[in-house]
Design a binder for this molecule. Structure first.
Ligand code: ES4
Ligand code: ZN
Length: 322
């Protein structure tokens, strides 16, 4: 179709991808074998069968189990290289990749193993790629602070910090001090907010953490004043359509509020989140929304432009990609 050709041909930036969420079942099994890690699933098919989520937590439990096969620098390299191949095939010119160091350091994997494996794969790809270190919000702020400390020797290998994992009950303000420290280090700041959590979490991400983008943020429309403020300030939302339907934030794609977000004047972008778990990479996400929502070619171009506008790149470099 014409739409498929346009989506495929558009240069785009991906701003919301968890690298551990790009680990395909086949690679999980290959790495388990290579590392002698025991999985509780007997086969690739059995693992895939378990990808029937009811909410964010039901996904996170399986996502952390999948990440348990990552032990060596080569494992992190191979995972990242596989994702970057998919991004390249989707005409993604620039990507800002989240990684969750605490998922690995808690299992005894050294911070340098995690960062060097992911970073070196980025260096070896034709796709422009930057890293964003995410703190797990279900853990303590002290744990986040210790993680930041461990990552300081590699400060030149990531451009920012984010906040992810179980949202409800873990508001942004729980991490006020660690994000203040990160701002002092000149790091870019983002946070997941308003995925399952209320608009109040979007507000405290802005006012307390001082985020430059909101990850997800789809619940913002429940607060009209906040919607108007975020639109006025041009703070982007990194929306993940297939994630939102798989995790039942919206029952079906036809119920997704992407059109309303754009109509409210918000800088919304389309992203894959955890593509190996949610049924697709960037172009799959674009095609899914265009199939189910009243969006046209001009919206596709607007979304692609938004992705570069919201990227943490110098303006000259953004222009070069468009
Ligand atoms: C995540 Cl979809 C989502 N939400 C929050 N944290 C996450 N980590 C990986 N995927
Ligand atoms: Zn996410």
């Amino acid at each position: 179709s014409q739409l498929r050709t346009v989506v495929q041909g558009m240069p785009k930036a991906e701003l919301h991808i968890h690298i551990e969420g790009s680990l395909e079942p086949e690679l999980i099994f290959a790495l388990a074998e290579r590392n002698g890690v025991k999985l509780t699933y007997p086969s690739v098919d059995a693992l895939r069968q378990a990808y029937a989520f009811t909410d964010l937590q039901s996904f996170l439990d399986i996502y952390y189990a999948g990440a348990s096969v990552l032990l060596k620098e080569q494992d992190f390299y191979d995972m990242t290289a596989a994702y970057l191949k998919k991004a390249e095939a989707d005409n993604v010119r620039h990507t800002e990749i989240f990684f969750d160091p605490q998922t690995h350091t808690a299992r005894g994997v050294p911070m340098e193993t995690v960062i060097n494996g992911i970073y070196n794969a980025c260096q070896d790809s034709p796709v422009s790629a930057s890293l964003i270190l995410c703190f797990l919000r279900h853990l303590s702020e002290d744990d986040a602070m210790a993680t930041l400390e461990q990552a300081l020797p590699f400060r030149d290998k990531y451009i920012g910090v984010g906040l992810d994992s179980s949202e409800v009950g873990h508001p942004p303000e729980k991490f006020a001090r660690v994000f203040e420290r990160c701002r002092g280090l000149g790091l870019h700041i983002v946070a997941h907010a308003g995925e399952e959590g209320p608009p109040a979490y979007i507000q405290s991400a802005l006012d307390v953490l001082k985020v430059e983008r909101i990850d997800h943020g789809v619940r913002i429309l429940e607060d009209q004043a906040l919607t108007e403020r975020v639109a006025r300030e041009g703070i982007a939302l990194t929306v993940c359509p297939l994630s939102n339907t798989k995790l039942r934030v919206f029952d079906q794609m036809k119920d997704h509020n992407l059109v309303q977000l754009l109509d409210a004047g918000l800088v919304a972008t389309v992203n894959s989140d955890d593509p190996a778990y949610f049924g697709g990479y960037m172009n799959d996400n674009f095609l899914a929304v265009f199939e189910s929502l009243p969006l046209g070619l001009s919206h596709a171009q607007r979304l692609a432009r938004n992705s570069f506008a919201a990227a943490f790149l110098p303006d000259a470099q953004k222009q070069a990609f468009l």
